[in-house]
Every structure is written in C-alpha cells, then in structure tokens.
Write a protein that binds this ligand. Structure first.
Ligand code: PNS
Length: 168
C-alpha cells in the first residue's frame, strides 16, 4: 500500500461496534491518514444523531493518531475528492454483504474515477456482529459488552434507557 494515500472509511456506525473498530484499526495501519466518515444511508433509520455517532467513535479511537472522524451529509465520492482521498475502505463480513458493497464500489468509481474501494475481510470473531444486533440487545436491556467497547457502551445503554432514539 502506498504510504502517502489518504483513505476514508464510511459507514452509518449506528452505533460503532468492535467489528467497525477492527476494520478502522487495521486500515489505520495501512494508510498515511484515515478519515472515518459518518454518512447517511438512505435505506436506514438511525437511532443516534450524526454528532452522537461521531463522538462515540472518537471515544474509542484515542489510541490512533492518524485517524480523524467527521460527519458528511453529501455524496461520499464528492467528499473523497474534497479531501484528496483515493481509497474507500469497507469491511466485508459475509457473502451477503458483497452484492450491495460491489454496487456501491462501482457507483463510487463512476462518480469519482480517482477513488478505489478496498475491501477488508472482517476478523472471524466479529463476523456475526452488526449495529442492528447491538441496538436490539440494548433496547431489550441485554448486556452489550461483547459488542461495543466500555468507553461507548454506557452511552448506548443510556440512550435506550432514556428511550430518546433519534430514528431517522
Ligand atoms: O454502514 P452502512 O450503512 O452500510 O454504510 C453505507 C454508507 C453510509 C457508506 C453509504 O450509504 C454512503 O456512502 N452514503 C453516503 C451517500 C452516498 O454517497 N451514496 C451513494 C453510495 S454509492
């Protein structure tokens, strides 16, 4: 991997999980700079506001000094061009992720032909993990410590205890 490349790692991160953090940590080791982009997925309703999602990620990555976390509301391909990023990092958990991710990768290449999507396979211990699962467990009062680091887990629990989910 070229060491002067700026990469972006986009996602909904609603909320961030150990699975996301595994991908972010591994990608941070591959590129000069990694920008984690909290973006909107038009097919998902998010429980956490974009600002809350950014804060939760920041709390979990204080050990990574080449990683920034931002919220961006437009097209990812435009954001990549704005910051000079030439790689988009996505994690793949299973074949079921692939079709959708493949479509997004090709669309992003059409919109910005300077940018390559790089897929990292998830670590085996996080293959099952998703933000939806975390929300379901938290909503029903279950223990999420296996899914979300302690620095963020309490905020997630509080959110569901207060029942103040953002839902859009
Ligand atoms: O974690 P997710 O929900 O799978 O991430 C999907 C996300 C947010 C990366 C995708 O929906 C996205 O890139 N949204 C930004 C708007 C955009 O560029 N849409 C076109 C994608 S090809």
């Amino acid at each position: 991997m070229r060491d002067n490349v700026i990469a972006i790692c986009p996602g909904s991160f609603d909320p961030v999980t150990y699975g996301h953090l595994d991908i972010i940590t591994r990608a941070a080791g591959m590129f000069k700079k990694l920008i984690v982009v909290v973006a909107s997925n038009s097919s998902k309703n998010c429980c956490f506001t974009p600002e809350e999602r950014v804060e939760l990620i920041k709390k979990c990555i204080t050990n990574l000094d080449n990683v920034e976390v931002v919220h961006y509301d437009g097209l990812l391909a435009d954001y990549a061009a704005q910051v000079g990023a030439t790689a988009i990092i996505k994690g793949l958990r299973a074949m079921s992720d692939f079709e959708y991710e493949f479509q997004m990768a090709l669309t992003n290449r059409k919109l910005n032909n300077e940018v390559e999507t790089v897929f990292l396979t998830t670590s085996a211990e996080y293959m099952y993990l998703s933000s939806s699962l975390v929300k379901e467990v938290a909503r029903l009062g279950g223990d999420i410590k296996e899914f979300v680091p302690p620095c963020a887990a309490q905020d997630v629990v509080n959110k569901f205890e207060r029942n103040d989910t953002h839902d859009r």
